[in-house]
Write a new protein. Structure first.
Length: 416
């Protein structure tokens, strides 16, 4: 087994007050931001509304776009630029319009399109927009026009040509063709076919790539279900750890997981990320990851408690954390590098999901030795079960019943 440290001897429990202080500061900052800035920011999955993904040929003027939406009665709409590390000058935006009913949702989509058309003069053209045409419509047009003179047997060839033209638009030009002359580079697009497309279609300087519509009732139900799922997961883990170890270990592990989730939510607010269904999936992954790391440490504590009966419980915990330190660095470090790459290079759609994992791995690993373990030690000190080395008595001067070494009794695996 690879080891980063050769027999480390770090007094983790001696630094417990610093861990608690750090966690308190992070919780205070994050939840102050949540309480003072309008609460947690939910995505369309939970709020309900219309989310329109629009890509432009050139980076849009956000102020101009916002004014156009205001003119359509959508002054409360949210506009978010989609950018990545390689290109901060984004040509793609997400426009979110809140809705309070199916009719309002449909109206929101129509008003966004009207605002875009009015802003970029598309409404002045009577020709259909090539950047928004579907494969079926384009294939039917080519079949009827028959620019290749294929006759009645040309339907299949025109269907394939339509797919190739739109594949060029969507995959090569990212959904926005700026000149129809570019289509001549597509395989099978002969000059007569390109000329027919140019005569019939126009080009808008934008394309609506995706539209998501979620009703507010469905959003509320999803939000409630997400909360219940998270609480059920925590309750199940509490029962499992209480059965495998002792109830105080289960309580400490669940408190540590609550700590992880609350800090992550606070950081989401600070950095402006929305809570969506994919983020809930990331938070549940964080819960499992943090719990797994905590169980590894608790299991080592149980083993060492049998071997080091006369040592103080805090020393046993320190030794257990030090013994699992290399394993923690290997597993957490490699996983962190993976999700960090996903956060940096995965694009805007995965950005919030990857951010939850990046933060969760760091906070979850830290809470295993900085929150869960110190809580167990603090509980045993409060109960007067911390032994003095070699004395066989508890720190409070009384001998713990049934445990001469002063160690807290740990249930063997599988039973209490």
């Amino acid at each position: 087994m690879i080891e980063f440290f050769k027999e480390p001897n770090i007094n983790w429990m001696g630094k417990a007050k610093y861990f608690f202080t750090l966690s308190g500061i992070l919780l205070l900052i994050g939840w102050s931001a949540i309480l003072l800035k309008g609460g947690i920011k939910y995505g369309i999955d939970f709020r309900g509304g219309t989310n329109v993904d629009v890509r432009f040929a050139q980076p849009p003027n956000i102020d101009q776009l916002r004014s156009a939406l205001r003119a359509q009665g959508l002054g409360n709409s949210e506009i978010q630029s989609i950018s990545d590390i390689a290109n901060s000058n984004s040509s793609e935006v997400l426009i979110f319009v809140a809705g309070q009913g199916d009719q309002a949702l449909d109206e929101g989509k129509a008003k966004v399109l009207s605002a875009l058309n009015a802003t970029y003069g598309v409404s002045n053209s009577n020709k259909p927009d090539f950047n928004s045409v579907t494969p079926t419509v384009l294939a039917n047009f080519l079949t009827q026009r028959d620019p290749l003179s294929l006759g009645v047997n040309g339907a299949d060839k025109y269907t394939q040509l339509a797919k190739d033209l739109l594949a060029y638009r969507d995959k090569v030009k990212n959904g926005v063709v700026t000149s129809l002359d570019e289509l001549s580079s597509v395989s099978g697009a002969t000059p007569p076919a390109v000329a027919a497309v140019k005569d019939t279609f126009s080009l808008a300087p934008f394309a609506i790539r995706n539209v998501e519509i979620v009703g507010p009732k469905v959003g509320a139900e999803l939000r409630n279900q997400a909360i219940r799922v998270t609480l059920y997961a925590l309750a199940g883990m509490l029962v499992y750890i209480a059965f495998r170890f002792e109830w105080v270990y289960g309580a400490a592990a669940v408190i540590a997981v609550f700590h992880d989730v609350l800090i992550t939510l606070g950081l989401f607010k600070i950095f402006g990320f929305e809570i969506s269904l994919t983020v809930i999936a990331a938070l549940l992954t964080l819960v499992g990851y943090s719990m797994n790391d905590t169980i590894v440490i608790f299991d080592r504590i149980r083993e060492n408690s049998r071997l080091l009966r006369k040592e103080p419980f805090a020393d046993v915990v320190n030794k257990s954390i030090n013994q699992t330190l290399s394993r923690t660095i290997l597993t957490s470090g490699l996983t962190f590098l993976t999700v960090l790459v996903l956060f940096l290079m995965g694009g805007q759609v995965l950005r919030a999901f990857a951010f939850a994992l990046v933060v969760g791995i760091v906070i979850g690993t830290y809470s295993s030795f900085g929150i869960a373990a110190p809580l167990v030690v603090a509980w045993n000190r409060w109960r007067g079960q911390s032994a003095v080395v070699g004395s066989g008595t508890a720190a409070a001067g009384t001998k713990p019943r049934g445990n001469e070494g002063g160690q807290p009794r740990l249930a063997p695996a599988g039973r209490r």
